[in-house]
Unconditional design. Structure first.
Length: 346
């Protein structure tokens, strides 16, 4: 007996001979989530179960993933097996208070530079979903909440044009898929290919950076997202080593340059001492007040070039005490600046 697939003009036949209406999309997705949480299935299995085309099932699986369900796929033979965690009950209903909404708008304002990317667009969708379920009294406060925060971000990077790159990176990061990056280094006219296991997406000074294991270099590398021209998903999974920690990586470096940490001591004048004590500049920092009102900042980190740029931004208010390499580096950069202005020194 031939399998009957429903169309807009046809109906599905139950095994008992009763005529049943085809599932609506919402019903089909809900039933599909329950099936995926009970066993692994193929696209053909789902197409037979719901009497729809394989193409429709693929669209439904994408929709389920977009809704936030932890969908996974295992490659086996010519066809993949799809599943959700065994016994998965679906996403719980979301409730939110006025003050929680207030805090979320603060976070959103800080990510304004990501406007035009899937991250910002989906954040907008989250807010729309939340607002749809809010009581009228809370909704009336939204206009005030939106006006409370105004980000003063002077330097912005153009991430809107990296939308397709970010979509691919997001999928690779969540599913732990190997990728091939087409990457253009600064000053280079040509792109280079990098086979990478993507570990984490770093947010640093308004910029996005991909940190992962480069198979060509056989070492960890950091890639600026704005320089990634294309991302190809390999469909092959990788495992992140147990010893990898993005927190440890951030703690041993001053910025993004991966160097061996060393002791750094910088003295700041009393005029700016309050700025040093009011902020955390590095996770390892120690600040000691001096009798003359100045402070000495001590950190243990790598990345002397980045430190030198930061120290120079303080002008005469900062003086490097150690290490000697950093002292020489700052002196050299100051000498270059003096010569550039045509100032002669004795």
């Amino acid at each position: 007996m031939d399998t009957i697939y429903p169309t807009r003009k046809s109906q599905r036949i139950h095994s008992k001979g009763r005529i049943a209406k085809p599932f609506s999309q919402a019903e089909r997705l809900a039933r599909m989530v329950r099936i995926l949480a009970s066993r692994s299935v193929t696209i053909n299995d789902l197409a037979d179960e719901f009497r729809v085309s394989r193409r429709q099932i693929r669209r439904d699986l994408i929709r389920i993933e977009e809704q936030g369900h932890p969908l996974s796929r295992q490659l086996q033979g010519a066809e993949g097996w799809w599943s959700l965690p065994l016994g998965y009950k679906g996403l719980p209903p979301l409730t939110i208070s006025l003050y929680e909404l207030f805090s979320l708008h603060l976070a959103k304002s800080e990510l304004q530079y990501l406007e035009g990317t899937p991250f910002f667009e989906e954040l907008d969708q989250v807010f729309q979903k939340m607002q749809a379920g809010l009581p009228t009294k809370t909704v009336n406060h939204l206009e005030r909440i939106v006006k409370v925060f105004h980000p003063l971000q002077r330097i912005k990077r153009a991430y809107a044009k990296q939308s397709s790159v970010l979509i691919s990176l997001r999928k690779a990061l969540l599913l732990q898929l190997k990728v091939v990056l087409q990457y253009r280094k600064p000053g280079s006219p040509r792109k280079q290919s990098y086979h990478v296991d993507p570990y984490t997406l770093l947010l640093y000074q308004g910029g996005l950076y991909l940190r992962g294991f480069s198979h060509g270099a056989n070492a960890m590398r950091t890639f600026a997202v704005e320089r990634i021209k294309q991302v190809d998903l390999m469909g092959e999974r990788f495992e992140i080593p147990a010893e990898f920690s993005s927190e440890d990586f951030g703690a041993r470096l001053f910025g993004l340059i991966d160097e061996v940490p060393q002791r750094v001591r910088i003295q700041f004048t009393r005029e700016v001492a309050y700025q040093l004590t009011e902020r955390q500049w590095h996770p390892t920092q120690k600040i000691i007040r001096q009798k003359n009102g100045s402070v000495i900042l001590t950190i243990d980190a790598g990345g002397l070039d980045e430190m030198a740029s930061w120290i120079l931004s303080w002008g005469p208010q900062a003086k490097v005490l150690e290490p000697p390499e950093l002292v020489k580096l700052v002196k050299r950069e100051l000498s270059k600046a003096i010569r550039r202005y045509g100032i002669l020194t004795s």
